[in-house]
Design a protein. Structure first.
Length: 458
């Protein structure tokens, strides 16, 4: 059986990738070996360098860390929101329904605080993640850059209310794109000023925690001056950075929440995995910030007493990864070759918890043309079926963030708080298994014939 493990797309493991191709070629035969060799050369010489250059682009790497930084907070905020807004129809009553509503009413204040801090301040956590990533990349001090970025975010995104206080409406979903810009540009600007601006050298007798702050004083003043200048420009046009950026990206947000976008995402991710590249990481570098913004907007709508509107969001994204378990089930049902029997035993437990690397590298799915077409169809259905179910009102739009490793049949209910989601999941599972069985059976027969030939030769 082929050894497997997951490698980072930022530094593709070409040695292992070649080993997978060579081992698979040996099992299939010479004709496939020639084809795989040319594909292997193209992947290593053309595809991998291009994707590696993209994923190692500084802003892309920092953006990934920035978006991830808000995930735990949004998950916690989702829990508070769920406790605050009981997921029952208005006509439901009795038992746990009445008890839940009574608890929510009695604890409205602190539940709302947990929701606001967790979900409605997602932009703040993105700023923190971005600054940390930039400073780590540039080997720059974090504390002062973090303070400047948070200061700038508040300055750029807030407005004073007539009765006092601040309008923080652009700290949540509306401020996430601006958070990426501020979290990246402010520390970069401060670092530039520090390298090229006025410098103060303090005597060695001055304690470091004092001298460091004084040395950064002029760069900090320069950074704040630029931030306020930008703030005044937007104020002149009666807008904010967040509102302006959101208006620019509005067509993207609209286009992303469509069946076409879901299908493109699902197919692209799987094609990348087919070539041994981490499709989720690569595609996620582009779409995760939009999906996170859609998710937070859904949560805000539910907290305000409305309904979620964006189907393709971070929670829905988990539906697109469920095909691995269905492939494993198909293998278990038809496998007779020793290789597939071994793969099914090793892969089932991880697949139940949404971990697909044992299947991807053990079956393998990489460069396996015998199952490539049904493999793509299955993952396209993983996106299309739940999307259409949400679109047609057959289940709620996912709006609760749940840990990735929660078994899918449980997770789909928790994300939607709708038992119908389990039925959609089961329908999807049956269709996908039925689609995979013919291809897996054909591939298994080929492996079995090869094993028997090897046994006869020995």
């Amino acid at each position: 059986m082929i050894t497997f493990f997951c490698f980072s797309v930022a530094k593709p493991n070409t040695v292992y990738y070649t080993a997978v191709v060579d081992e698979f070629s040996r099992k299939i035969g010479k004709g496939y070996s020639m084809k795989s060799e040319s594909i292997n050369n193209w992947v290593q010489e053309k595809l991998m360098p291009a994707i590696s250059a993209f994923t190692n682009f500084k802003f892309v790497k920092c953006m990934q860390e920035g978006v991830v930084a808000c995930m735990n907070a949004t998950m916690i905020g989702s829990i508070f929101m769920l406790l605050m807004i009981p997921p029952f129809p208005a006509t439901a009553s009795g038992g746990i329904v009445d008890a839940w509503r009574a608890f929510a009413a009695a604890n409205q204040a602190w539940l709302n605080m947990g929701y606001q801090i967790g979900l409605n301040a997602a932009g703040f956590y993105i700023v923190i993640g971005m600054v940390h990533a930039v400073c780590k990349h540039d080997n720059a001090p974090i504390v002062n850059n973090m303070v400047l970025a948070v200061f700038s975010y508040i300055c750029m995104q807030c407005a004073f209310l007539e009765g006092g206080g601040l309008d923080i409406g652009f700290w949540g979903a509306k401020g996430m794109m601006a958070a990426l810009i501020i979290g990246y540009c402010v520390p970069e600007l401060n670092i530039w000023f520090k390298k090229h601006g006025i410098k103060i050298r303090m005597p060695d007798s001055v304690p470091p925690f004092i001298s460091n702050q004084l040395e950064e004083m002029f760069s900090s003043v320069g950074t704040v001056a630029v931030v306020f200048a930008v703030k005044l420009i937007f104020a002149h046009f009666n807008t904010t950075l967040g509102a302006f950026v959101n208006s620019l990206f509005a067509p993207l947000f609209s286009a992303t929440d469509s069946l076409t976008a879901v299908l493109i995402y699902c197919i692209l991710v799987r094609i990348l995995w087919f070539f041994g590249l981490h499709g989720n990481n690569i595609a996620g570098a582009v779409v995760n910030v939009v999906l996170a913004q859609n998710f937070v907007a859904n949560a805000e709508a539910v907290a305000a007493g409305g309904k979620p509107t964006f189907i393709f969001n971070t929670a829905f994204q988990n539906w697109t990864t469920q095909g691995i378990l269905f492939i494993v089930i198909a293998v278990i049902l038809v496998a007779k070759s020793e290789q597939l029997k071994a793969v099914s035993k090793v892969s089932l437990a991880p697949a139940l918890f949404n971990i697909g690397e044992p299947t991807t590298f053990g079956l393998p799915l990489i460069l396996n043309f015998d199952i490539f077409v049904p493999y793509l169809i299955v993952f396209a259905l993983n996106g299309a079926i739940p999307f259409l179910a949400c679109k047609w009102g057959l289940m709620n739009i996912p709006y609760v963030d749940v840990p990735f490793t929660v078994p899918a049949i449980i997770k789909v209910f928790l994300q939607t708080m709708d038992f119908r989601a389990i039925l959609v999941y089961l329908v999807n599972a049956v269709l996908c298994v039925l689609i995979m069985i013919p291809a897996i059976r054909k591939y298994d027969r080929k492996l079995l014939a090869q094993e028997q030939a090897d046994a006869s030769a020995n």
